[in-house]
Design a protein around this ligand. Structure first.
Ligand SMILES: NC(=O)c1ccc[n+]([C@@H]2O[C@H](COP(=O)([O-])OP(=O)(O)OC[C@H]3O[C@@H](n4cnc5c(N)ncnc54)[C@H](O)[C@@H]3O)[C@@H](O)[C@H]2O)c1
Length: 257
């Protein structure tokens, strides 16, 4: 018996990166998967790869979300994964950039959760897995994105508490750097960006989409049946401490001797 046998899941942003790996892992673990993506071709390709169903949907648009959920039928697991955004310093960005990132990362989780919750309440159970970020827990620039991810974490906790008595769990994952196409623009500017990032990661590597998918499969499964409102860092130890600061501090003391 596989971990997600008999479960039906929607994965938003399932056409690329982390979402794609979650779709593959869920399917391998026995789930029936709806691959939802604003890019219909990507969704179709992933659905074909994993034997799932594709839905083209923009998760910032309520009508698309309603159609996506109606199409899916029973939803035991919702993975709010679609997200992104690279706008930065509050002094540099405009209202439109702010609203874009908040809509893509936070409003989307609200709309999709709102759409699946009535069915979960009716059936007396379900799991919402929100893909947040270490940016939602600490400063790593990208202010609107980070504020929205912090909002996702708080929304997760709120839903966990409010709907827990219906047997519904809400959990969040806070990934560190994961090697996905979301980094493409930055890799084009600084080709060795992943190598440069290594010095910050205690485990000596950046993450792969499958690292997040494994955590999502666990949290979505009955193995995690008493875990709710939790934010699981999948970050190679990044937020456990500041290795670079410690090294620099030690070097300063050594220089002073
Ligand atoms: N890659 C990382 O380093 C990293 C780190 C922390 C958190 N995350 C989070 O993980 C999630 C997935 O990121 P990724 O790196 O796999 O990105 P990605 O760019 O590889 O994939 C994102 C997918 O979402 C889809 N998408 C974008 N806007 C959408 C919309 N409005 N409606 C539906 N689908 C939409 C895209 O078409 C794409 O297929 C995001 O929420 C991201 O913020 C990523």
């Amino acid at each position: 018996m596989s971990r997600l046998d008999g479960k039906s899941a929607i994965v938003t942003g399932g056409g690329s990166g982390i979402g794609r790996a979650v779709c593959a892992r869920f399917a391998a673990d026995g789930a029936t998967v709806v691959v939802a993506d604003v890019d219909g071709e990507r969704a179709t390709a992933v659905a074909a790869e994993i034997g799932g169903r594709a839905v083209q949907a923009d998760v910032t648009v309520a009508a698309d979300v309603a159609r996506m959920v109606a199409d899916a039928g029973r939803v035991d697991v919702l993975v709010n994964n679609a997200g992104g955004g690279m706008s930065d310093d509050v002094l540099e960005i405009d209202e439109e950039e702010w609203e874009h990132d908040v809509a893509l990362n936070l409003k989307s989780a609200f709309l999709c959760s709102k759409a699946v919750l009535p069915g979960m309440i009716e059936r007396g159970g379900g799991v919402i897995v929100n893909i947040a970020s270490v940016n939602g827990l600490a400063f790593f620039a990208n202010e609107p994105y980070s504020a929205a991810k912090a909002g996702v974490i708080n929304l997760t906790r709120s839903m966990a508490v409010r709907y827990g008595h219906h047997g519904i769990r809400a959990v969040a994952i806070a990934p560190g750097t994961i090697r996905t196409p979301i980094w493409q623009e930055r890799v084009e500017k600084v080709p060795e960006i992943f190598e440069k990032l290594l010095r910050w990661y205690p485990l000596g590597r950046v993450g792969e989409p499958e690292d997040v998918a494994a955590a999502a499969a666990f949290l979505a499964s009955d193995d995690a049946s008493w875990i709710s409102g939790e934010v699981l860092r999948v970050d190679g130890g990044l937020l456990a401490g500041n290795a670079q600061m410690a090294r620099e501090l030690v070097a300063d003391f050594e220089d002073a001797e």
